[in-house]
Design a protein around this ligand. Structure first.
Ligand code: ASP
Length: 342
């Protein structure tokens, strides 16, 4: 008889495990053990489930890279004992956390699935049960004694996505995430429909390497009509700033004002890495397609292609933290390392 698949739940906080404070009705995180008792259905699953909780569960707005290191460390320490991992966190920053973990966990051969919910688990109309149960079922999928999913994913409302392709698009709908530039990996209906061709696999069975240094000397500047030189300069003049996500319009376009081009040129000359990422949730940067991006191309801004802002900012933290040389930074950023770019 084959041994039961074992799954580790890592509870970091979020609505899924929150309760309403009375009389204020504010949602606060509560003890994870109570979460498990709220879902007796878990005992019907054909896998062994254990759980670990952050000592102080948090609303995901309080997430920062030190929490990502904690999640990575828990996975590292339990990697050999478990067949899959389900990370429960709030949805607000889930695309950032899961993108970060996709870089931090190199050569994964087991699933790491982030999920959460829009309504607390105790709520009558909660989406938490389906999200949690299906995430566990997908994490437990095996073929020839190997995990079917071997990457960091995000599961929400009947769809499993590659984590670093997702963006939170809705604060109310159960369908809170989208992945406009990459298809869902698994769709949950009567059956689980697995899109085999899109899955990442650890082909050579390389050993897991966990990267724990994330450099936060990064920033995001989102263009808007009328932004001032003063505002941009305030950012570019920050001491120790090493990399910037420059969120442009459409296919990577920006105003053509001379001052803007010269300020960017100066910043690049001083060593700042600037990545051109589109503000659109779908589609790609194509520098040079319009005259409004020709200068950016000439300045050799790093081409963000169809990367999301969440995947771009965390990739910058990871590459800077890994000590990638200045010379190869651009090439490595423009190369897909965990399926984050087409
Ligand atoms: N504010 C919550 C959080 O991100 C929302 C959620 O759980 O989805 O922690």
């Amino acid at each position: 008889m084959s041994k039961k698949v074992s799954i580790l739940l890592i509870y970091t906080g979020g609505t899924i495990g929150m309760v309403k404070d009375h009389p204020s009705e504010t949602l606060r995180a509560f003890d994870f053990n109570k979460l498990v008792s709220k879902i007796p259905e878990l005992s019907q699953l054909e896998c062994k489930i254990e759980s670990i909780s952050f000592k102080n569960p948090i609303d995901s707005s309080n997430m920062n890279p030190s929490h990502w290191v904690s999640i990575a460390t828990i996975i590292e320490e339990h990697y050999n004992r478990f067949d899959g991992f389900v990370v429960l966190q709030g949805s607000d920053t889930m695309s950032y956390s899961s993108s970060a973990l996709s870089y931090m966990l190199e050569n994964l051969s087991k699933p790491v699935i982030f999920t959460g919910s829009q309504l607390p688990i105790g709520d009558l109309r909660t989406d938490a049960k389906e999200n949690l149960i299906t995430s566990i079922q997908i994490a437990a999928l095996q073929e020839n004694n190997r995990a079917v999913i071997q990457e960091v994913c995000l599961y929400f409302e009947y769809k499993l996505y590659r984590a670093n392709r997702t963006t939170k698009i809705n604060a109310e709908h159960f369908e809170a995430f989208t992945s406009l530039n990459f298809p869902a990996l698994v769709e949950s209906g009567v059956h689980l429909k697995i899109n085999q061709n899109y899955l990442l696999k650890n082909q050579k069975n390389k050993k897991l390497t966990v990267h724990k240094v994330m450099d936060t000397n990064v920033a995001i500047f989102k263009l808007f009509p009328g932004f001032s030189r003063e505002l941009l300069q305030g950012l570019l003049n920050i001491q120790n700033l090493k990399a910037l996500v420059f969120e442009t319009y459409g296919a990577g376009n920006a105003p053509t004002d001379d001052w803007l081009i010269s300020d960017l040129k100066e910043a690049i000359k001083n060593g700042l890495h600037i990545v051109n990422v589109t503000q659109c949730s779908g589609g790609s940067v194509i520098m040079g397609r319009y005259s409004t991006s020709e200068e950016l191309k000439r300045l050799q801004l790093i081409d963000g292609g169809d990367i999301t802002t969440e995947a771009a900012i965390t990739k910058l933290m990871y590459l800077l933290g890994s000590g990638v040389s200045h010379k190869s930074f651009r090439t490595i950023f423009e190369t897909s390392i965990r399926g984050e770019l087409t």
